[in-house]
Design a protein around this ligand. Structure first.
Ligand code: PMP
Length: 362
């Protein structure tokens, strides 16, 4: 078997080795059921326990009480782009979107299919290098909600201080940075995230919402696209992505063992500092895409002096066991995704590789 590599892919992404080993250990016989978790009925006691625990663990990590619920849905974060306006944008109201990258644009595009929208701020000029300042944000009159993307996976920018807008419900796509550090989750009426970056494997999308948003949703939308359907049935209205939820629950337990969100923050700051420090001390050989005050701790985007060198960098890195570093086509260059499960060691190895590469080619 080839050795495990350092996986810097943007998602699906690296999972904690301890979690993979646990999955391997109980893959053939899940907790004495005599069946694999892949074969188990979602109506079994064993799966119901996983489903319950995953909700409880997520709420515990976020410090949320009984006024919030967690749903495990399918269709990716991309389906949430549409479900949100279908459920929460009534006729005659306006939904406000803050555009900080390609994913917020996609969220807005879906909302436009269902009602009035307003762009409350955008940093598209300059190819989304930064997060807007609070004084650049202009809300419409009495918006139904404000939508933000907390971390911009493609551009490598991230809200350092999450905004809030008083009584206006705040919704966030946290697909690429949920649980990366402690934050005040109560500021948000609804948070959603595809699992395949910081939470687990692909196939499940997490929705965390205030209870009252999960009741009395419009009756004229498809059953599967109403939040209420899933809330009433504890995410078991139809067959859930059981394996993904099971692994997600193991990842949540792993985060708790690492010191929870405080532990994640320490680890993530240490990792990102190694790479940003190398970029900043390279005399311009490496150039970050994001403006310094908007830099993401999860996706580090940078360029080299030429596209040719960028290609060589990615292919030589791969040979050295550092994979998934090619940047997204809309930004170019390189991108190191350093989600929760990426180790400090992985980032040290990348740092050393960057230093040697510069010595050889600078
Ligand atoms: N939002 C963000 C911030 C993302 O990074 C992604 C995926 N890369 C998506 C939404 C889309 O997620 P999915 O593929 O789960 O629909």
């Amino acid at each position: 078997m080839a050795q495990r590599v350092f996986n810097f892919n943007a998602g699906p992404a690296v999972l904690p080795l301890e979690v993979l080993e646990e999955v391997q250990g109980e893959l053939l016989n899940y907790q004495e059921t005599g069946m694999s978790i892949l074969e188990i009925s979602h109506r079994s006691k064993a799966y119901e326990a996983i489903n319950r625990q995953a909700e409880a663990n997520l709420k515990e990590l976020l410090g949320l009480g009984d006024n919030y619920r967690v749903l495990f849905l399918q269709g990716g974060a991309s389906t949430q782009f549409a479900m949100i306006p279908m459920n929460f944008l009534p006729p005659g109201r306006t939904a406000d979107y803050i555009l900080t990258g390609a994913w917020s644009e996609k969220a807005l595009k879906e909302a436009k299919l269902f009602g009035n929208t307003h762009v409350a701020a955008t940093t598209a000029e300059g190819n989304y290098k930064r997060i807007p300042n609070l004084d650049e944000i202009q809300l419409s009159d009495n918006p139904a909600y404000v939508h933000i993307t907390s971390n911009n996976t493609i551009f490598g920018t991230q809200w350092k201080t999450l905004p809030s807008f008083g009584e206006v419900p705040l919704f966030a796509d946290m697909s690429s940075d949920i649980l990366y550090k402690p934050f005040d989750a109560e500021k948000f009426s609804l948070i959603y995230a595809g699992a395949q970056k910081n939470l687990g494997p692909s196939g499940v999308t997490v929705v965390i919402a205030r209870r009252e948003l999960l009741e009395n949703n419009p009756k004229d939308i498809p059953t599967m696209l109403r939040y209420e359907t899933h809330a009433k049935n504890d995410s078991l209205y139809n067959t859930p992505p059981a394996f993904s939820v099971y692994v997600l629950n193991l990842v949540l337990q792993w985060i708790k063992k690492q010191g929870g969100l405080v532990g994640m923050q320490k680890r993530n700051e240490e990792k990102a500092a190694l790479i940003y420090h190398t970029i900043d001390n390279s005399n311009g050989f490496y150039k970050g895409h994001a403006q310094k005050d908007s830099r993401s701790l999860m996706n580090i985007t940078f360029r080299l002096p030429s596209e040719e060198l960028e290609k060589t960098f990615a292919s030589e890195a791969e040979k050295a066991g550092l994979v998934g570093l090619k940047g997204h086509r809309s930004v170019g260059g390189l991108r190191a995704s350093t989600y929760n499960a990426m180790t400090v060691e992985g980032c040290r190895v990348l740092q050393q590789f960057m230093l040697h590469f510069q010595q050889k080619n600078g």
